[in-house]
Design a protein. Structure first.
Length: 317
């Protein structure tokens, strides 16, 4: 074909199962109008094309966490994830992070960092070709099968794909890896799910030993105040269910959970804007006696028919 560039061959698959797993969300009319328009979170192993999908409302951090937890439960912890450059997965460092030489993590990125899972951002939409083709396969085959069963909501769809569709799909389309060595790892059991699959923010302990977090006041118990002085930094971790925990990290890296009770959240200070003095009204031209036009000053300094500051009157001729 005239004008066509050289053909670029597809990248070779990774050699090991679990070495690289692709993660992406697909918005589509999966229920063909029988229910809400969901987002399907898909994970596809690069070496074998083994696939796992989960239905949800949006492509959020908790949707990504749910499909990752399902993959870990089924196969183990993968070595790396290949994702979009979206705020859910990866982000550029801020100016302060660049100055301090700190790594930039999203909440999902921090979860993967604790699991020792690398996140690789796709350099271009074309680099996601393998998982995009998988989306096309699911939008054809899965939609037809759900139509026959009249599946119309996320819960029913997840139950169907887990019990029936995915085992059949992977048995037909998954391939053997080049190496028999599985690169998945077992999860570290001494770290709880609440310490990994959570939102985490740094907060400063107030002089009254209250930690402020997203409109909540967390009053540290007296037993914790000896270990956690005022103005020290703690971590607040929030689970998907909204449960909050305050964590103090010692100099040796040991984490201690600090008991707390609800306190009145500190109101945000509203900045007081200085009053802007009103400007003196501009002179208005009004008809003077005898049909002449006079300039009447409306300023406080002069109430007569005159220019500002003038004690007499002046008319136009």
């Amino acid at each position: 074909m005239r004008g066509a560039g050289p053909h670029k061959p597809r990248r070779e698959r990774k050699a090991h199962f679990g070495e690289l797993v692709r993660l992406d969300g697909s918005f589509h009319d999966w229920f063909e109008g029988r229910g809400p328009r969901p987002c399907v979170m898909t994970m596809v192993d690069d070496a074998t094309s083994t696939t796992l999908v989960r239905f949800g409302a949006e492509e959020t951090i908790w949707a990504a966490v749910a499909v990752l937890r399902a993959w870990i439960a089924a196969y183990g912890v993968p070595r790396a994830l290949y994702t979009d450059w979206k705020n859910v997965y990866k982000r550029e460092p801020t100016l302060n992070e660049r100055v301090r030489g700190e790594a930039a993590y999203t909440q999902f990125g921090r979860i993967c960092q604790r699991l020792d899972v690398a996140i690789i951002g796709a350099a271009s939409p074309q680099a996601k070709g393998r998982i995009e083709r998988n989306h096309g396969t699911q939008q054809d085959r899965l939609i037809k099968k759900m139509r026959l069963l009249s599946v119309s909501d996320d819960a029913a769809a997840n139950a169907y794909v887990t019990a029936t569709y995915l085992p059949q799909h992977n048995a037909r389309f998954a391939v053997a890896p080049a190496s028999a060595v599985d690169h998945h790892r077992a999860r570290e059991r001494r770290v709880t799910d609440d310490d990994i699959f959570c939102l985490e923010e740094k907060r400063v302990v107030g002089q009254d030993f209250v930690v402020q977090y997203n409109g909540h006041g967390l009053q540290l118990d007296r037993a914790a105040r000896g270990r956690v002085p005022a103005k020290s930094t703690v971590l607040v971790r929030e689970t998907e269910a909204g449960r909050l925990r305050v964590i103090h990290v010692g100099r040796d890296g040991h984490e201690t959970v600090c008991a707390w009770t609800p306190a009145v959240a500190r109101a945000k200070a509203t900045p007081i804007r200085p009053a802007i003095p009103s400007a003196a009204p501009a002179p208005q031209i009004r008809p003077a006696p005898g049909g002449r036009l006079g300039l009447r000053c409306l300023a406080s300094c002069c109430a007569s028919t005159a220019m500002p500051g003038c004690g007499g009157s002046r008319t136009s001729r």
